[in-house]
Design a binder for this molecule. Sequence first.
Ligand SMILES: [Zn+2]
Length: 189
Amino acid sequence: MTTNELMKSRLKYNRPSLRARARPPKNRTPLGEAFSAANLGRSLKLQYCIDCNRFQYPSQEVCQACLKDNLVWREAVGTGHIISQTALFHSLWEFFKRRTSQKPWPVATVALDQGPIVFTHLDVEAFDDGKMLHVSEKTQVKVFSHYDCSMRSILITTTKETDTQTRETRQQIVARMGLSKPAFRDGGI
Ligand SMILES: [Zn+2]
């Protein structure tokens, strides 16, 4: 391999836009990595302050209420209601750029019954086959975590009736949303 070819191959590795297979962002803070580890194979685990008996999100070094570090990862229920939902038409990240070139990418902010407000991907297909006719700000939903194809935990909102009990059912939803495979340069999923 000539130096020129070597530099070209390195460039491909460094520039996501040149990769045949783009993946979702995988860089996380140490707390984000801890969140991914805690949620691996779980439906939803959030930071919980033992002293205040409250969940918090996003993950922090200390409790946002009492500023103590008496925090543990605890299983959360995940039920809540939509605060707002929208769709992204453009992204600076190659993986989502390729996705949004096919159709807008839906996202939602959800207030969990157990307190925290989370920003999530929205599983629109689960709502009236994607028509979202009956989705409003008060719609009751369910949030769960799963790993994407970069092996990092992400949050997904679906209907409260959707079965998310097992890892297999959660995996099916993630696969249907196109998050379990890289996005290809030709636009194919
Ligand atoms: Zn606290």
